[in-house]
Write a protein that binds this ligand. Structure first.
Ligand code: NOJ
Ligand code: CA
Length: 834
């Protein structure tokens, strides 16, 4: 894009204009009979391109600055950039002297400390009294990422429904193998609208300028080729959740040959700009069993599983159970059908292998992490093995979708156990529901505060939660309450909260469509503008940069410092790093904030958001015990203020360990501060382990061969000082799923039955519900057979046994144990009599 601003001579006086005119007339030798006065000489300057994307620590492509002469202008123009930020150096050095009709190129080198964002420059050219300007937008993206990140806590994720974001390649809009599912008018909400992977790539400057460091894309795999006609409506799988072949890329999002080219290209450009790529991966099901392709699944183009022609048990590739009606029933959740989606039977080797190899293939193509769809609905034990398979395939980050109403939801305890034992963080539905109630329904801030404290005491690693306010499955906040101030306030708080924040595409453009309450599909709007000037876009940029700069957001603990139904003042603290955020969501009431204490050191603090949401400065005074009084202030209605300070660590401070659950030989990553520049040691328990890489803020090490169990991990700097510790569960070996069945058990009413055994994964023979595996589920149509699918060490020879927990807590042990040889690969099953 070339922009040019016409000029003229703003300083010329009427007298000078007359003089130039006379001169021109004389040169032209006009006899005085003409009455057209030729315009005076002038010039314009242009910069091409007018926008460049530069990764931190690198140099831009050349920008050509040209001088176009007008009306015989023949001078030389001196060009200077205005608004060049500190941290950017130009080559050659400015000013440039550019002769009329010619051009020069310049490149810009960006320091790796310059914050991500859009910087508006203006080239000013002058020649005598003439001048002209040309704008240039420098978008500074993150430094190139190299290798996968296991520590995602400093990331800000941007969620994209690929079909609805940007059409970068019209040739895939209506592909030949799945035609007639595209609506160019974008009025049929159930059809494809043309967005694709090339489109995401083409918007890299927009994404980078917003400061986001990861994108989560809707499932990019090939989906069904024909519409599913359901209850009289034709549905196309524009959302990507109706897989047909998980081993190839959709022809609607990539190319018509289903190759990986567009995916690979997007990953390369994203990584070049410091942006991680997260793929939404649905392991629960394939596609509707009642229309379209009736659940069928292909493996790289070859038929793999037919729902309607499925082998009989035990070789069935699908479960053929009714639709889930009770979302609190563990058996229904794991083995029934989610809506009408053909439910895969992960407990047989071909399906297990298909899903794990599909995920591994995405890793080979550079995928940095996975959002695992519907983890509440897939066999839980099998999913532990999926997580382990992913971590075994290479460093990665996973988070699961376990839908919860809140911390009193009947499956909340199952979610806690699932996340803590598998090492897989979850999307934070409880917090999202509290946030949505507070910001859309004028709920009380105690809801948010109570949720955070409950979850933080139950989950091993609350900073690994993936937080959200809006999602592709929920009506947008603006549909619930069309108030942009409240959306800004919700985003600001979410971006300061513990957990890795996700921003749904379009929230930063205040997108919403309120048809049917704004529910699906009306929340999946076309991204109609890419305006980088909105308040929300700038807010995300600033909070994302703060997350990079101040470890309190990524690694800190959370503390409520002041609260009423309208006001929430929350502090995040990681050693000497502190962020304090104050939110007043009231539309009309300002509050006097007295009696506020903070861990910020005594000093004045300005608003980190520079007043973007009405923030201001505060004065912190000397107190005791990390509780420093803040001079009373008035917090106006609809205000967010952020105060912060970050101090380089003098000794190692450990904030992150991933994966938290791993077997010997896997690489694990530690994140924190003050590890020092020279290599020290990593201690797993008391064992010093092999360090693979070392920097002041990140260390990777190899999980050692130690007896399976729970360990504390700490970093010891080369000078000898040792960090705080974080928990690591060392597994016996890589994991495979085994279905354990026990027969001949008539359980008394209110009793439950559990599995234990002589490996850590089964609870090391402990006969307590908290350590063992279970409770077991009833085998369908039986009253005396019980089963569970458990994640156990591949190739191990084990002893296992069962015990009952009666309603009064009495333990009834089986009293005997069984041997089993766990397969080295694939899946296993074993059935015994009590
Ligand atoms: C949850 C996803 O987020 C939703 O969009 C999808 O339809 C279902 N899982 C089924 O895959
Ligand atoms: Ca397209």
């Amino acid at each position: 894009m070339v922009s040019d601003f016409a000029v003229t001579n703003p300083k010329a006086t009427p007298g000078a204009l007359v003089a130039i005119c006379c001169l021109t007339l004389m040169v032209a030798g006009c006899g005085g009979g003409g009455n057209s006065t030729p315009p005076p000489p002038s010039f314009t300057i242009t910069a091409s391109p007018s926008a460049v994307l530069i990764s931190q620590g690198s140099t831009s492509t050349p920008v050509q600055i040209s001088v176009q002469a007008g009306n015989g202008f023949q001078g030389t123009v001196s060009v200077n950039p205005q608004g060049l930020p500190a941290g950017v150096t130009a080559s050659p050095a400015f000013p440039l002297s550019i002769a009329a009709g010619s051009s020069q190129t310049a490149t810009f080198t960006v320091a790796n400390t310059l914050a991500r964002g859009n910087y508006n420059l203006m080239f000013a050219g002058t020649s005598g009294t003439l001048s002209s300007t040309a704008p240039l937008i420098l978008t500074v993206s993150g430094g190139a990422v190299n290798g996968p990140a296991q520590d995602f806590k400093k990331q800000v994720i941007y969620q994209i429904v690929t079909d609805r974001f940007f059409d970068g390649d019209p040739t895939n809009d209506n592909p030949p193998q799945s035609p007639g599912m595209y609506d160019s008018t974008k009025t049929n909400w159930q059809f494809y609208w043309g967005g694709d992977l090339a489109g995401i790539q083409q918007q890299m400057s927009y994404l980078a300028g917003m400061g986001v460091t990861a994108i989560w894309m809707s499932p990019p795999v090939e989906n069904i080729d024909v519409v599913a006609n359901l209850s009289g409506t034709a549905y196309a799988p524009y959302h990507g959740y109706w897989a047909r072949d998980m081993q190839v890329i959709s022809e609607h999002f990539g190319d018509v040959n289903n190759t990986w080219a567009a995916f690979d290209s997007l990953v390369a450009v994203a990584h070049q700009n410091g942006i991680r790529v997260i793929v939404d991966f649905a392991a629960n099901d394939t596609n509707p069993n009642d229309g379209g392709e009736f659940g069928d699944l292909y493996d790289n183009g070859q038929p793999f599983a037919s729902y309607q022609n499925d082998p009989a048990p035990p070789n069935n590739l699908f479960h053929h159970n009714p639709t889930i009606t009770n979302y609190d029933d563990p058996f229904q959740l794991q083995y029934y059908t989610l809506d009408d989606l053909a439910d895969l039977n992960q407990e047989i080797t071909p399906v297990d292998g298909y899903l794990k190899s599909a995920l591994a293939q995405f890793m080979q193509h550079g995928t940095d992490g996975f959002r695992l769809d519907a983890v509440k609905d897939v066999t839980w034990g099998w999913e532990y093995t999926l997580a382990n398979a992913a971590f075994t395939a290479g460093p990665t980050f996973l988070y699961g979708e376990w839908d919860l109403g809140g911390t009193t939801d009947p499956t909340y305890d199952d979610a806690v156990q699932f996340s803590n034992r598998s090492g897989m963080p979850l999307l934070d539905f409880s917090l999202a529901n509290a946030m949505r109630d507070v910001f859309a329904n004028n709920g009380d801030f105690h809801e948010i505060d109570d949720t955070i404290s409950q979850e933080d005491s139950d989950f091993v690693s609350p900073n690994d939660f993936v937080t959200f306010v809006d999602s592709h499955d929920l009506a947008r906040l603006l549909s619930l309450n069309n108030n942009q101030d409240l959306l800004n306030e919700a985003l600001a708080l979410q971006l300061a909260c513990r957990g890795i924040p996700v921003v749904l595409y379009g929230d930063e453009q205040y997108l919403h469509n309120d048809t049917d309450g704004g529910n699906v599909p009306y929340n999946r709007l076309w991204m109609s503008s890419f305006n980088t000037a909105t308040t929300a876009y700038q807010l995300v940029n600033q909070m994302a940069n703060l997350r990079q700069a101040n470890p309190a957001l990524a690694y800190g603990t959370s503390q409520q410092r002041w609260i009423n139904s309208d006001v929430y003042i929350m502090e995040r603290q990681f050693f000497n790093d502190v962020v304090l955020i104050a939110v007043n969501k009231s539309q009309s009431t300002a509050y006097d904030i007295t009696g506020l204490y903070t861990a910020l050191a005594p000093a004045p603090y300005t608003d980190y958001l520079s007043g973007l949401l009405g923030g201001f400065s505060i004065q912190v005074n000397a107190g005791t015990g990390g509780n420093n009084p803040v001079t009373a202030f008035n917090l106006g209605a609809n205000t967010v203020s952020v105060w912060q300070s970050s101090t380089p660590a003098a000794s190692p401070e450990l904030g992150s360990l991933g994966p938290r659950v791993a077997q010997a030989g896997l690489t694990a990553t530690l994140g924190g501060d003050g590890f020092g520049s020279s290599m020290g040691m990593v201690l797993v328990g008391t064992t010093a382990v092999t360090v693979q890489s070392w920097s002041d803020s990140s260390v990777t090490f190899v999980v050692p061969s130690v007896p399976a169990g729970n360990y504390s991990v700490a970093v010891q700097a080369s000078g000898g000082s040792t960090s705080n510790a974080l928990p690591l569960t060392v597994l016996t070996a890589n994991q495979v799923p085994v279905t354990f069945t026990v027969n001949n058990v008539s359980l008394p009413a209110g009793a439950a039955i559990y599995l234990t055994g002589n490996v850590m994964e089964l609870g090391s023979n402990a006969q307590t519900a908290n350590s063992a595996v279970g409770p077991l589920l009833a085998v369908p149509a039986s009253t005396t057979s019980w089963f569970i699918d458990a994640s156990v060490p591949a190739g191990a020879q084990i002893q296992f046994t069962f015990f009952q927990v009666l309603s009064d807590g009495t333990i009834v042990p089986e009293g005997t144990s069984h041997s089993y040889s766990i397969p080295a690969t694939g899946v296993g099953s074993v059935s015994v009599n009590w």
